[in-house]
Design a protein around this ligand. Structure first.
Ligand code: MLT
Length: 209
């Protein structure tokens, strides 16, 4: 059993009853405020659940420990993904929201990918912005058509396009319905990310509704 760890978080109530709740997961050095605006742009009216990562790297919040840039402490990734999953379930009950769609950027996208692989029932889907493979040997997940959008940057100095492609294949092999798009961008987000994420969430939501 995973104890429910306490996260500092922000919660914004839904403005529209039928908008899918979002779980917002910031990048290294961010916090619970970072992605609120992005969430409102890509899915207007959605409830927003936005925790702050509990790991500190030189004072910068993250969602799990790493040994170097792009080299993860995988034992910690596993532990933190389960911890985050327990928080999401708990907060969902507390605030009366359904399983959210995760929207993660960079380190937040990597923990979202780990959560999809380790505790898929917690999420309705995931938007992974500049994500990479979080676990070299993930548990055998059954993702049963879970929708996942991966937006990677062609010129990303942190995430090689081949790594995003491996993540896409890993999730698809486990049964996820993955859309991978590589943008003419670096690690930072661009307007194209916002537009594609918004259209994808609207299309996924229309299929579920
Ligand atoms: C990570 O540590 O999750 C990745 O290297 C991305 C980052 O946070 O820079």
């Amino acid at each position: 059993m995973t104890e429910t760890a306490s996260f500092v978080y922000r919660f914004e109530k839904a403005g529209k009853v039928d908008a899918p709740p979002l779980l917002l997961l910031h990048g290294t050095g961010g916090d619970e405020n970072d992605l609120l605006q992005l969430g409102a742009m890509i899915s207007p009216g959605s409830a927003l659940l936005s925790p702050r990562g509990r790991v500190l790297e030189h004072g910068m919040p993250r969602f799990f420990r790493r040994l170097a840039e792009g080299v993860f402490d995988e034992q910690d990734v596993r532990k933190r993904a389960l911890e985050l999953g327990a928080f999401v379930e708990d907060a969902g009950r507390r605030h009366g929201i359904a399983a959210p769609v995760a929207v993660g950027f960079s380190n937040g996208a990597n923990i979202a990918a780990a959560l999809v692989l380790m505790k898929p029932e917690v999420l309705a889907g995931a938007v992974l912005l500049r994500a990479m493979v979080p676990l070299s040997d993930p548990p055998k997940a059954k993702l049963d058509g879970k929708p996942v959008l991966i937006l990677s940057g062609q010129a990303d100095p942190i995430v090689p396009a081949s790594n995003a492609a491996r993540l896409s294949a890993m999730l698809a092999d486990a049964g996820a319905k993955v859309t991978l798009t590589t943008l003419p961008a670096g690690h930072q987000l661009s307007q194209a990310d916002v537009d594609l994420a918004r259209d994808w969430i609207a299309s996924v939501d229309a299929q579920v509704a």
